[in-house]
Design a protein around this ligand. Structure first.
Ligand code: GZL
Length: 350
């Protein structure tokens, strides 16, 4: 996957850091003083989902840029290539190596009780990042930090609802499909739940679902599958950036135009993350109408949790990051749902 340019990372850090909720303290990321010797270092074993998306790459870079020797850490990084079995193996190796902390970005929610019990019995605190784990006993992990995925989904759908009202589009004329993320992951479960609730509430015609696994290639396959069954689809709800880019390729190859003018025959694309320059350019040129921000910069927050634990404090168990909405039009300035209001950030062609 093309690496991110410095400009893209600066943009992401600017947008994402200004959206961090108050919970992230302003202390430096280092946990030890300078000239750390090997035995002084805090050893962190990090099991990452994989490298399936732009979001994931920035998330990995955020963790690696914080957990450095200069900051007093030794990071053991394991990429699971989106397989839970690889994550379980990685956690067991961290236990064998007697790391000080285990950080897990779980690929899906279930199947963690046994290995997290082993970590608990070894006395190693586990911090969950990004997606959640569904375990019988929440003492199996110390903290979780990540996004409210259902809220992300509802905010994007509320933006669409406001847009359709503004344009006089009848809800029954909205023929919408959902390209889902990795089935069983919190991001997919939450974004799909938000979509289902809002589509039902507004009376949209849901023409189908297809699994996109949060990747561009599977996003292409999913869009092709949807088009084969429903050529009248005029809105595509993609559960991440990479899927949206794949869907746009397929729609354009089929002679369709991606854009907000669904009354004029265009196909509206909405998605989540807002990480890649390519996706931001699609918003600026109108191919993508709205993006639900998904904040990838978990490194500083996890470091803050570890510093608290090192100091003998008890950090908040569940830490949600605050996220916004990006769109190509200034016609909708704010979106409100479930008591949560967000100001829309307008991305235009520079
Ligand atoms: C969301 C994260 C999702 C991103 C995708 O926090 O779990 O996984 O939205 C990534 O891009 O693959």
């Amino acid at each position: 996957m093309r690496s991110l340019s410095a400009k893209a990372i600066c943009f992401i850090m600017m947008i994402s850091l200004c959206c961090f909720s108050a919970g992230c303290d302003s202390r430096p990321d280092n946990v030890k003083t300078e000239n750390n010797t090997e035995e002084d270092l805090v050893v962190v074993g990090f099991s990452q989902v994989g490298s399936e998306s732009y979001w994931r790459n920035v998330n990995t870079e955020s963790m690696k840029s914080v957990f450095t020797k200069e900051n007093g850490y030794r990071l053991i990084f394991e990429d699971a290539q989106q397989k839970q079995t690889n994550q379980i193996t990685a956690i067991r190796s961290f236990i064998q190596r007697e790391v000080d902390y285990i950080v897990l970005a779980p690929v899906t929610e279930t199947g963690w009780d046994t290995v997290l019990t082993e970590a608990k019995e070894a006395g190693i605190p586990v911090i969950i990042v990004d997606r959640k784990v569904d375990v019988s006993d929440d003492s199996l992990f110390t903290c979780w930090v990540g996004s409210d995925f259902e809220l992300e989904g509802m905010l994007v759908c509320m933006w669409m609802s406001k847009f359709f009202d503004l344009k006089g589009i009848d809800p029954g004329d909205v023929h919408i499909a959902d390209i889902q993320g990795t089935l069983g992951s919190s991001a997919q479960l939450g974004r799909t739940k938000g979509f289902d609730y809002m589509a039902d509430l507004h009376g949209w015609d849901v023409v189908g679902y297809a699994e996109g696994e949060f990747t561009r290639s599977k996003g292409r396959e999913a869009m092709s599958e949807i088009l084969r069954k429903n050529d009248d689809v005029n809105v595509v709800y993609c559960e991440n950036d990479s899927e949206a880019l794949g869907a746009i390729e397929v729609l354009e190859a089929a002679g369709k135009k991606c854009g907000s003018d669904i009354a004029g025959g265009e196909v509206m694309i909405v998605c989540f993350d807002g990480i890649s320059e390519e996706v931001r350019a699609c918003v600026a040129n109108g191919k993508i109408s709205c993006i639900g921000e998904c904040n990838p910069l978990h490194g500083p927050r996890v470091a803050s949790i570890i510093r608290s634990l090192e100091a003998g404090d008890e950090p908040e168990k569940y830490q949600y990051v605050t996220e916004g909405i990006f769109s190509d039009t200034s016609e909708i300035e704010k979106v409100m749902i479930s008591g949560q209001e967000r100001t829309v950030t307008v991305i235009r062609q520079p």
